[in-house]
Design a protein around this ligand. Sequence first.
Ligand SMILES: *C/C=C(C)/C=C/C=C(C)/C=C/C1=C(C)CCCC1(C)C
Length: 254
Amino acid sequence: MKNFKVLTLAVLAMLSVSNAAHAEVPLLQTTDYVGISFWITSMGMLAATVFFFLEKGNVTTAWRLPVTVAGLVTGIAFVNYMYMRGVWVQTADTSTIYRYIGWLITIPLQTVSFYLVLSAIRKVPITMFWRLLVAALVMLISGYLGETGMLQPFLGFMIWVAAWIYIIFEIFSGQAGQIASRSGNKSLVACFGTMRMIVAIGWAIYPLGYLFGYLTGGVDSNALNIIYNLADFINKIAFGLVIWAAAMSNTSRR
Ligand SMILES: *C/C=C(C)/C=C/C=C(C)/C=C/C1=C(C)CCCC1(C)C
């Protein structure tokens, strides 16, 4: 069963690699560091996805869902990175809009992960799930509308930031934060603490890069892409790893 799963994942990965290789005529240049950073991030996302899906079978039942969701996040990012790398190699540019398309699924999944890890150790009101989900969607939709010019960009930005601050409030001092700190579960407290630092600090890298480009008149697409790729690496892979680590320490050793 396990071998079968590994095989399926390997075949999927190979398929997507060979598809991409056919679709594009230009090759990745060995001195194209932005392109290389897209490629490294793609491989990291794939490795993390395989890892989370395999490890899902090794953690106690209650923790399977958050570990699976961590794998979904890196899996979606993997697919999106394969695509963005292709666009970059062909055009030496890639719009943040492509990133939004992946974020549209990954950010809500990561946001509700706070509810999922808490639910792994105790019963949590479902209203928390909905609050987190709605806040993530408000953030993304306003950001997308601002980015594409359908909404006044500054307004889109402000709504994004407001929804993000709301999420930060919820996981630090709101109901989610309180349940975590009172859980008496050390590894959950540690995992929750790192997850929320990623949301508060790791996520701030994106608007800072954006603002910096905006203020200096025109974003340097090379620098911005490398920064975003690195940020995604930490914000998605490390985020999943701390969930996995908490899951493992809540799983009794056989
Ligand atoms: C896995 C991907 C993650 C965690 C992406 C997070 C992205 C952001 C926090 C983006 C934030 C932005 C704003 C706050 C203002 C508008 C510009 C954005 C989209 C870069």
